[in-house]
Design a protein around this ligand. Sequence first.
Ligand SMILES: Cc1cc2nc3c(=O)[nH]c(=O)nc-3n(C[C@H](O)[C@H](O)[C@H](O)COP(=O)(O)OP(=O)(O)OC[C@H]3O[C@@H](n4cnc5c(N)ncnc54)[C@H](O)[C@@H]3O)c2cc1C
Length: 300
Amino acid sequence: MASNVRNQSEKIKFADSHIAPLSQIHTGGNAEFLSRPSTLDQLEAVVSFAQREGLDLTVLGGLSNSLVSDSGIDGVAIHTACLNEMHTQGNLLIAQCGASMDELIDYAIENGLGGLERLGGLPGTVGGAVYGNSGAHGLYTAHHLYWVDYLDEEANLVRLRAHRESFSYRHSPFWGRSNMIIYEVAFLLEPIVHTNEARQQKEQFKGQRRAKGQYLHPSIGCIFRNPDGQSAGQIIDALGLKGTSIGGAMIAPGHANFIINTEGTATSADVKALIDLVKETVAEKTGIMLEEEIRYLGAW
Ligand SMILES: Cc1cc2nc3c(=O)[nH]c(=O)nc-3n(C[C@H](O)[C@H](O)[C@H](O)COP(=O)(O)OP(=O)(O)OC[C@H]3O[C@@H](n4cnc5c(N)ncnc54)[C@H](O)[C@@H]3O)c2cc1C
């Protein structure tokens, strides 16, 4: 079936399908078809192809908040890394979905636009940050979001005017929707005169992450959402679970809401088993049902 479908599609180039090297936690199997479009035309062709062939579509951004199944991803996986252009238009900063959030903030400052500094050092892409309304230090991606252009399930390009109230903690109107892809977004930012100050602020926020050891080991960031008014990390820490490991996956000794791939030997199944262990232990000891912030991609 795979080579059959491959032959039917002349417009689409499929890439090497190994996902683990793309994943920030270095785990996960292969994609049936992995595509890395670099233009809107190519992206539309891939989405139409998946729709025509009745194949599932999975979007891979920076894979810094997703766990990909060891058995891989069926259907078409779109890796957005080559859709990474950005430009400014007045106070609007317009970026394609695969642009790195950290580089986007630098670019904004270079172009005299500020407001995103508190997200300095956030791993991953613009598309992933919008999808999960990623945030740090009280600032969420949606705060400065102006519009989002996305391809819907029928490959139509649709513009969503971003209203802050339709986004919430780690949640966006795109959350849970399948077979669509955020293509390009605009942030409405503030003009800044003192770009050096903004650059320093951004680097300070990034430095805080470095000082906490966030970049030391492969991980996918916080595994669990914070329950109302509480910190998931503190709950897990209080139960003495830091350092617990299954296979090559370990609850980070420095941050109980992170799971790290200590020696590079972990599988996604190890990570999932550790997640299940934490959920069960927390539920049993505290009655709190932790919910994942991360997304599971592929067949689980
Ligand atoms: C060291 C570290 C620190 C982190 N710190 C933070 C933090 O402070 N705050 C925070 O919120 N998160 C944090 N994270 C988690 C993660 O970096 C963010 O959530 C990030 O914004 C995810 O972006 P991504 O491109 O990696 O998304 P991915 O993991 O690739 O994707 C996440 C979800 O978005 C979907 N998606 C991605 N791109 C698109 C698109 N173009 N269209 C449609 N759907 C798409 C995917 O299908 C998936 O369901 C951290 C992670 C790490 C490893």
